[in-house]
Design a protein around this ligand. Sequence first.
Ligand code: HEM
Length: 211
Amino acid sequence: MSSEGSNQPHDSFDVELVARTAREQMPPGTSFTEHDADVLRDYKDFLYSLGPLLLHKFYDTLYAYPPTAAIFKAGERAARERTLADWWERTVNGPLTDSYFNWMAMVGLVHVLRGVTNPMMLSMGDHVAEVVAQQADEQLSEADADRLNASFGRLMSTVSAVIAHGYDVATEAALFDVAGMPMALLHRLRDQEISQALVRVRGEIGPQIQS
Ligand code: HEM
């Protein structure tokens, strides 16, 4: 189902619809499945053991880079480590059912309000998958690492897709509220603006890619 053309106002931001739409738009083979949930269950203890390393790497990465460090308030790190530890525990323990992805749609919104952008969220989703993959490659047999990494990679891709889609829907819904115009008209005006911008950008980019 698509949210295109929907006329829902902002105060009805629907986490269930956001999560479902994002997952349905992912081609088969790229999005998280029940089979992946079964695979992750087989590696639960291993994944759980990665918690402390993951927390440390995640926040060292964010605090070492000024644009992401600037998101945090003074003295906030311990509280943030706790929220990520809780997220990890819930992710590893499962169940990774619809309600988990609905929760991720909400978590995406929490970040919008703190000025965390999609590039920040998506790159950190990849970072989590990379830390897990590195550890799996080091600590597990090749067959186990391949099995786990494929399923865990799809989990993080799906979490990222839900978060990114939530960002789009929340922004659109807020514009809808402010402009008070039907969503279909808002989309048409958006596409007109983007078409004009594309003409200009193509003109600028064209000579660059030729050189
Ligand atoms: C894979 C990526 C990420 C995951 C899974 C994640 C997970 C979470 C979770 C579960 C919460 C608690 C939400 C709640 O209140 O219920 C949270 C809060 C928060 N996260 Fe993230 N996060 C991610 C990326 C980031 C990034 C990239 C930043 C900053 C650059 C960030 C900064 C924050 C902040 C500041 C809060 C507190 C929000 C508030 O309560 O005001 N997170 N995160």
